[in-house]
Write a protein that binds this ligand. Structure first.
Ligand SMILES: [Zn+2]
Length: 92
C-alpha cells in the first residue's frame, strides 16, 4: 500500500461542516434572515427554496458566502472593508 502524505494534516476547504458549524437544516424557522451591515442589505430567504438550491447539508457559513456572493464588497478581495453579511438571528 502506498501512502501519500498525511491526510489528517491536510487542510482543504471543508465541503461538509464538522463540529460547531451549523447546517442549513439546523436553521430555526422557515425563513433565513441575512443582513449585511456594510452594504445595508437585508434578505429573507425561504429555507425550503434554499434547501432545494443548495441542499440541507450545506454549512451556514458556506451558505452565507453564496448568498452574499453578489455583494459588491465580496468581490473586493484586496480591500479590508469586506462584506459583513451575517445571520442576525444566530449571532454568528
Ligand atoms: Zn455586503
Amino acid at each position: 500500500m502506498a501512502r501519500k502524505g498525511c491526510w489528517t494534516l491536510r487542510r482543504s476547504k471543508p465541503s461538509l461542516p464538522r463540529g460547531g458549524a451549523l447546517r442549513l437544516s439546523d436553521y430555526p424557522g422557515d425563513a433565513v434572515h441575512v443582513v449585511c451591515d456594510k452594504c445595508e442589505r437585508r434578505g429573507l430567504y425561504s429555507k425550503d427554496r434554499l434547501i432545494v438550491r443548495y441542499g440541507a447539508e450545506i454549512g451556514l457559513p458556506d451558505l452565507l458566502n453564496r448568498i452574499a456572493a453578489d455583494c459588491p464588497r465580496v468581490v473586493n478581495l484586496l480591500g479590508n472593508d469586506l462584506c459583513g453579511a451575517h445571520y442576525p438571528e444566530l449571532l454568528v
